[in-house]
Design a binder for this molecule. Structure first.
Ligand code: B12
Ligand code: SF4
Length: 530
């Protein structure tokens, strides 16, 4: 059954690609008429290649676990690709994230496309590889203009451009206005320095313009759909980590941007502090498109999908009215949902909610400004389960001011908390987070961007050591994943979805090996649950 649905989906994928020009031209006109006057200017179409660099997801010695990486371009890249195509350019996407793709191979694929412009999307963990590919490209196709966007350059613009000579430009914040305008100006031989959000060199200095206004309201809904047609094998390509989806094919959708909470570990340098929402019609249109392609599970990858309860209710009512059959999962803050909303979400297909738990210590929750009391958190988790939705908990260890007292509280919390799955990561002070400027007051911070994948103890709070942290980290995983109720729940999920068996067996094998061999700086356990 699953297999024949997959075949249908593949055929639908082909149909989607064939159908794109007509549908898209309509979108282009609407979009171009919206807020990009430069589109109407006469301009030689450019060849633009978007690149997602490979990055080290887990411990770099644990190559096998890297198979768990998500190898599909992000929604940011796909929306930018669609917008750039709408501006009349020839657009390609080169996704280097596929496990262990060598940098030379990524560069070779980009060079073969004879690009005029190459746009890199990079987080902190992938910025070095983005820069390495850019440097290789500049050596082989000097005329290609290299631009980097995404969270890392948005957080530390001048430092990024100063440090990496391979990037000609950076773009801070959302790229939908800035990037097409940069391309248009350069193609027209105009001075690009007025482009909003642009980071550029001027003599020895690096300058950064004020970012473009955040997209909101109609401007968000005028965006074309993500360029899924540029993803080979879509929607069959995305194979997220096991236990994160109910059924495949699976696809991701972003329905809002930004978050008004103030968690000190969270980088909102691209999306900002205000929740901005796609209209329900826009979301339903994307979901309908995916459903027609055979997608059976949608991952809502918003910063905080449930930031507006009213809107969640509206979305669910539309999903029910449309008769959508797919299941879906989302993330939430444990201070937002109530039983009626949860029950409605369940009826509308919600299968799993990932809650930011962060810590089992109230003191730490207050320090990191997570804005929730533990009793309320536990109540939300119980209510979610009671509504029939699986509960995933996201936690971190080594927060600023963390001590063995709070680590013990977190482990105790994990003994009984109503959770089906947990993912514990190692606190990492990313550039762009409120923690970043002050974190050194609370411990030692080895700021090596290439190790900042939340799987290394790059930050060690005063009074602790990496060895002590690692011991608590392992104890936390062991405590949770040896609970009979948790094991029973996982067994039931596996029984319902036998296709999980192979990846799970692989994770367990690699996990046991890692457990026996990995030193405190590494980390394998989180891979089991990610
Ligand atoms: C979904 C998501 C994921 C998914 C990605 C799946 C996928 N392929 O889409 C998964 C779960 C796999 C994931 C993994 C990780 N993630 Co993540 N993720 C997100 C999340 C929640 C949403 C991203 C998104 O789709 N946003 C919506 C789109 C529209 O926005 P966007 O991607 O930012 O793109 C816009 C701009 O950045 C800009 N832009 C982007 N690329 C480019 C390129 C050019 C040329 C230009 C001009 C502009 C531009 O324009 C885009 C359109 O407006 C963000 C939170 C956030 N708000 O960014 C965290 C976030 C990006 N993730 C983060 C982290 C830390 C990670 C991991 C390291 C976690 C881990 N331990 O593994 C990995 C690393 C992944 C990587 N490739 O580097 C951090 C990054 C912080 C930092 N400074 O690096 C964020 C910001 C979370 C946070 N708030 O702290 N993530
Ligand atoms: S961690 Fe989640 S709730 Fe906190 S600020 Fe970031 S997106 Fe918002």
């Amino acid at each position: 059954m699953a297999r024949s649905r997959s075949r249908d989906a593949a055929a639908d994928g082909a149909r989607l690609r064939e159908s794109i020009p007509a549908g898209d031209e309509r979108d282009h006109r609407r979009f171009a008429g919206g807020w990009l006057p430069l589109y109407r200017r006469r301009m030689r179409p450019q060849t633009v290649v978007f690149v997602e660099p490979p990055y080290v997801c887990w411990d770099r010695r644990m190559d096998r676990v890297r198979e768990g990486e998500e190898d599909i371009p992000g929604i940011g890249t796909l929306v930018l690709a669609a917008v750039t195509r709408a501006a009349g350019h020839r657009v390609h996407v080169v996704d280097g994230k596929r496990s262990g793709t060598p940098l030379d191979e990524v560069a070779r694929r980009v060079v073969a496309l004879e690009p005029d412009h190459v746009g890199f999307s990079a987080t902190t963990i992938s910025i070095h590889n983005a820069a390495r590919i850019a440097a290789r490209l500049k050596a082989r196709v000097p005329r290609a203009v290299t631009t980097v966007g995404g969270p890392h350059v948005s957080a530390v613009p001048a430092e990024t451009i100063t440090r990496f000579a391979g990037f000609d430009y950076g773009v801070v914040g959302e790229g939908e206005c800035s990037y097409p305008e940069l391309i248009a100006r350069l193609a027209a031989g105009e001075d690009p320095r007025g482009v909003a959000g642009l980071v550029y060199r001027e003599g020895d200095a690096v300058r950064a313009n004020a970012r473009a206004p955040y997209l909101d309201g109609d401007a968000l809904d005028r965006l074309p759909e993500p360029a899924w047609d540029l993803v080979p094998d879509f929607p069959l390509r995305l194979q997220p980590n096991v236990f994160n989806y109910r059924a495949s094919p699976v696809a991701s959708v972003v329905t809002s941007r930004g978050c008004p909470f103030s968690c000190s570990f969270c980088d909102r340098s691209t999306s900002g502090r205000k929740g901005r929402f796609h209209g329900v019609d826009y979301v339903v249109r994307l979901c309908r498109r995916l459903a027609d392609l055979g997608v059976r599970h949608i991952l809502f990858y918003d910063d905080l999908f449930t930031v507006s309860r009213r809107r969640v209710v509206e979305l669910c009512e539309h999903f029910l009215a449309e008769g959508f059959r797919f299941t879906w999962s989302c993330n939430s803050h444990p201070n937002l949902l109530d039983p009626p909303t949860l029950r409605l979400m369940r009826r509308a297909g919600c299968w799993q909610i990932a809650y930011g738990i962060e810590s089992g210590s109230q003191r730490i929750l207050d320090v990191v400004k997570h804005e929730v009391r533990l009793p309320r958190m536990l109540e939300t988790l119980r209510e979610t389960r009671a509504a029939g939705i699986r509960v995933k908990g996201l936690l971190m260890m080594a927060h600023p001011t963390e001590g063995e007292d709070s680590l013990r509280e977190t482990v105790d919390f994990l003994r009984t908390a109503p959770l089906d799955l947990v993912q514990i990561t190692k606190f990492t002070p990313y550039p762009g987070t409120p923690s970043y400027p002050t974190v050194r007051q609370h411990g030692t911070f080895a700021e090596d961007w290439e190790r900042m994948n939340a799987m290394n103890w790059v930050f060690v709070p005063h009074g602790l050591t990496a060895e002590v942290l690692e011991r608590w980290f392992r104890r936390a995983y062991r405590t949770f994943y040896t609970r009979p109720d948790v094991l029973w729940g996982l067994a039931r999920t596996l029984a319902g979805e036998p296709r999980f068996l192979r990846p799970v067996a692989r994770y367990v094998r690699v996990g046991i090996r890692g457990w026996l061999t990995v030193d405190p700086g590494g980390g394998t356990e989180a891979a089991l649950a990610h």
